[in-house]
Write a protein that binds this ligand. Structure first.
Ligand SMILES: Nc1ncnc2c1ncn2[C@@H]1O[C@H](COP(=O)(O)OP(=O)(O)OP(=O)(O)O)[C@@H](O)[C@H]1O
Length: 505
């Protein structure tokens, strides 16, 4: 080794070791200067703290400690009295003050931020930037109005939402057009979705379950997020581990009191051999979870068709799949019977214990649409799903389904779902497939949802022009077991299989 080292000659391309000097410790004077500089910067940055402190220091110096203590006592007492006797006026003034300070901070960084985002104009030899408008405080940040320059479009601002968030040190920024040359930038400094969301308490009475507002979690603005289920088929799209389970269970849980009292009937389909839905089996009036012989391995895009053909040839029919086809046929028959009876009398179904709302819950829809193994059963299942999705809303037969891959090849009738949830998705293009064209540009960055935030999603809500970020409440296994015990379906119509694997009436 020593010989090798002695023979070593540096050659071109060899790594070169450069002798570096240890950085010198700054001198005391330099450190004092540095800290004074920091203090000054802090004083300029936070004038609402530095100005009163400076005033106190001046009084103390000019008049001594006793007058200072007196002034501080009087000011504190005045503030306490004001807060106690005129809380509204105190809050308003405090708010105005905070808002003014925020505005000052935005104004200070406005020009560099606009120039950096390439939203300036050099008209007449002068740099012009969009005008900073009203700044209002929200629960989790600020809303900043912006007056666009001539020729600018809201889209240009939407494209730079991330840059604004970084420039103004916010967690997120979303941009909305206010029309007539103005946009609003909504900055979020605190994320209410960052921690796991607790489920809302359930009503004691099934009649109190509001089908038009099922509480499922929180919105990004900290308000409760509710889902209007009546008249809607719901699609939950998200890659593996995105948290589809918490949305499915959130809906089931919110419906549970109405299930046990008979106003709602749940039909469960879990192709993953019951891994997801079997916890709550007693809640379901109809239930199917396949078994090892009927669950094909998921195929890749390329060999999917070939594999399906092979399997079909190998396996022309399958009893478990036939039971699934039967369950879907039964849902269609029930729907058509209701439609016939509604003809000429009513246009939408009102759930009652005699005619409950039927909700078909499907854990992985791709199994039903892309991986079926029998040609005839495949057709039957496909036809039933299409019928349910196209005609089921008015007669109260709804589908709530989860899917990992929202592409047309996997889910040909995606557009028949009238409410779609975009959870964490693998590709940016998938966002628009789920939420509609332009949703990603309008802020639905479902492909950027962190893996550490399962249960987070984007939805398009009624009356909200931009997609809204939401997080479903987390429902643990113990709570699911408790739910199944407390809210069993009143009369299971027919279980496809019981635990022994035998058909049950
Ligand atoms: N709302 C939530 N809040 C916090 N954690 C959650 C939430 N939803 C899911 N999780 C966590 O993420 C994990 C994956 O969730 P889940 O099994 O529901 O994903 P999935 O989308 O159904 O995945 P797959 O398609 O593979 O079945 C859960 O085990 C749980 O730990």
């Amino acid at each position: 080794m020593a010989r090798q080292m002695a023979a070593w000659e540096p050659r071109r391309g060899d790594p070169v070791l450069v002798a570096t000097r240890r950085p010198q410790e700054p001198s005391l004077a330099a450190r004092v200067l540095q800290n004074v500089g920091r203090l000054l910067w802090w004083a300029v940055r936070y004038p609402y703290l530095s100005l009163p402190l400076l005033a106190a220091a001046w009084i103390g110096r000019q008049f001594g400690p006793l007058p200072l203590a007196l002034v501080l006592t009087v000011v504190t007492a005045a503030l306490v009295l004001w807060h106690r006797h005129r809380p509204a006026s105190f809050a308003r003034t405090f708010l105005l003050w905070r808002r003014w300070l925020r505005r000052v901070q935005y104004a200070r960084h406005w020009q560099p931020a606009m120039v950096g985002a390439d939203l300036h104009d050099g008209f007449g030899g002068q740099t012009q930037v969009p005008r900073l408008g009203r700044v209002t405080l929200t629960e989790h940040g600020e809303r900043v109005e912006v007056h666009l320059l001539h020729g600018q479009t809201p889209q240009q601002f939407m494209d730079r939402a991330d840059a604004f968030a970084h420039s103004f040190v916010a967690q997120r920024c979303s941009v909305r057009s206010l029309g007539t040359g103005r946009v609003v930038l909504a900055f979020q400094r605190v994320d209410p979705l960052a921690t796991v969301v607790e489920p809302a308490p359930l009503p004691a009475d099934g009649a109190d379950v509001d089908l038009a507002a099922l509480p499922l979690g929180l919105r990004e603005d900290g308000r409760p997020w509710t889902l209007g289920l009546l008249g809607r088929h719901v699609l939950l799209a998200g890659s593996a581990g995105a948290g589809k389970g918490s949305f499915l269970w959130g809906i089931i849980r919110a419906l549970a009191p109405a299930v046990t009292e008979g106003q709602v009937q749940l039909w469960g389909v879990d192709p993953k051999m019951g891994v997801e839905l079997s916890f709550g089996r007693s809640l379901f009036a109809r239930y199917w979870d396949g078994d090892a012989t009927t669950t094909p391995e998921p195929a890749s895009d390329d060999d999917d068709t070939a594999r399906r053909r092979t399997r079909r040839d190998d396996k022309p029919s399958d009893p478990a799949l036939a039971e699934l086809a039967q369950l879907l046929d039964d849902a269609v028959a029930l729907m058509q019977d209701r439609l016939r009876r509604m003809r000429g009398t009513s246009r939408s179904h009102v759930p009652t214990t005699a005619e409950p709302l039927v909700v078909l819950v499907v854990d992985e829809l791709a199994f039903l649409t892309a991986y079926a193994v029998d040609r005839d059963l495949d057709k039957r299942i496909d036809r039933s799903l299409r019928l349910l999705l196209s005609q089921g809303r008015a007669p109260g037969v709804l589908v709530v389904a989860g899917i990992q891959d929202p592409r047309k090849e996997t889910l040909p009738f995606r557009d028949l779902f009238t409410f779609r949830v975009a959870m964490r998705l693998v590709e940016p293009e998938a966002v628009d497939l789920v939420l509609g064209n332009g949703a990603r540009l309008r802020g639905a960055h479902a492909d950027a949802i962190a893996t550490t935030m399962p249960g987070t999603a984007y939805v398009v809500l009624d009356g909200e022009p931009e997609p809204v970020r939401v997080r479903a409440a987390w429902i643990g296994d113990d709570e699911l077991r408790d739910l199944a015990t407390r809210y069993p379906a009143p009369v299971p119509l027919r279980l496809v299989k019981d635990d022994t694997g035998e058909a049950a009436a």
